[in-house]
Every structure is written in C-alpha cells, then in structure tokens.
Design a protein around this ligand. Structure first.
Ligand SMILES: Nc1ncnc2c1ncn2[C@@H]1O[C@H](COP(=O)(O)OP(=O)(O)OP(=O)(O)O)[C@@H](O)[C@H]1O
Ligand SMILES: [Mg+2]
Length: 169
C-alpha cells in the first residue's frame, strides 16, 4: 500500500522544509478544491525556491500546471509576464540579481535527445527551472534532485485537483 501524507495548512511548512532542505525521497498529496487552493500552495512553494531547484509539472491539458506556475509568479511579482512558452520552449524571468527563473513547456519537444540538442542542460544549474510536461518528455535526463508535481483532475468535481509531490531516492 502506498501511503501519501496529506498536505494541510498545519503541516505545510514542515513538509516544504523536508522537500527543499533534505535529499530524502518523499510522496505528498494535496487536494485542491479550487484555483485559490492551488495558488495558495504555489505561493508557499515559491518561498522556498532557490538556484538549482528543478520542478516538473505533469498532468493532462487543463489540469492546472499553468495555474500553479502563476501562483509562483505572483509570489515573485512577475505574474503579468508569465504565459506558457509553447513556441519558444523556454522563457526567462528575472526575479533577483543573482539568478533567473526558467519556465519551460516541453510539450512540443519530441524526446530527451531533442532537448539535449536544441536546449541543453546548462539551465538546470543556472537558476530555478519550472518544467511543464517534464516527466512525460525528458524524465530520463532530469537531475536526481528534481521535485515532481503530478496533477490529476477529479471525474466528479470540476474544480478538484489531486496534487502528488514526489522525489525518488
Ligand atoms: N483546483 C484547481 N486548480 C487549478 N486549476 C483549476 C482548479 N479548478 C479549476 N481549474 C481550472 O482548470 C484550468 C487549468 O488550466 P491550466 O492552463 O492551468 O492547465 P494546464 O495544465 O497548464 O494545461 P495545458 O497543458 O493545456 O497548458 C483553468 O481554467 C482553471 O480555472
Ligand atoms: Mg499550461
């Protein structure tokens, strides 16, 4: 049986501390009831982000990958600039003097080889990387410290989303 610890407003800080400040493997679940819940989690998540962090966002069309990223963007006051970089693959946002945020949407990339040929892995150490569709397309070349966020819709309730936040050991 897989036991997923549920993220709540009471334990969220402890859990984010484990996610960002340890090398542990983990699996956490968050149930979002609406867009505001998703943005709440994203903004707290954003507080912990630092150079070298790599986050993948995975889930079907309309699951909420971009809504989550907009929550991160609002924390950094770059909300107005952020849209999915579908045609450019990667957008760069300056959030401080030391390093940028790179926002990838790799939906249109064929596979890891194409990513290595056209984009390369230098980005991974150079800033914060947020990668929509990362696991579906380039999971095999992502560094071990990558934090994976899977988002699932609910069949019954149009505003419910199941988040799974995980990392392998
Ligand atoms: N709990 C929720 N969390 C996030 N989005 C929600 C939620 N409930 C409803 N929505 C709606 O679901 C949609 C999510 O769209 P979004 O663009 O974030 O998806 P996406 O995963 O980025 O899709 P795509 O792969 O097409 O880019 C939005 O229209 C949003 O209003
Ligand atoms: Mg999107």
């Amino acid at each position: 049986m897989i036991f997923l610890e549920k993220i709540t407003d009471k334990n969220v800080d402890n859990i984010l501390d484990i996610i960002f400040n340890t090398k542990n493997s983990f699996e956490y679940e968050y149930i979002s009831k609406n867009v505001d819940d998703t943005k709440w989690l994203a903004r707290l998540f954003a507080k912990y982000l630092k150079k070298g962090d790599i986050i993948t966002l995975n889930g079907e069309l309309g699951s909420g990958k971009t809504v989550f990223l907009n929550g991160i963007a609002s924390y950094f006051n770059i909300e107005n600039d952020v849209c999915s970089p579908t045609f450019t693959i990667v957008n760069e946002y300056n959030i401080n003097k030391e390093y940028p945020i790179y926002h990838f949407d790799v939906y249109r990339i064929k596979d890891s080889q194409e990513f290595l040929d056209d984009i390369g892995t230098e980005y991974f150490e150079d800033g914060i990387c947020l990668i929509e569709w990362g696991d579906e397309i380039i999971q095999d070349i992502l560094p071990k410290n990558t934090i994976h966020i899977d988002i699932q819709k609910d069949n019954g309730n149009i505003n419910t989303r199941y988040f799974k936040i995980w990392r392998k050991s």
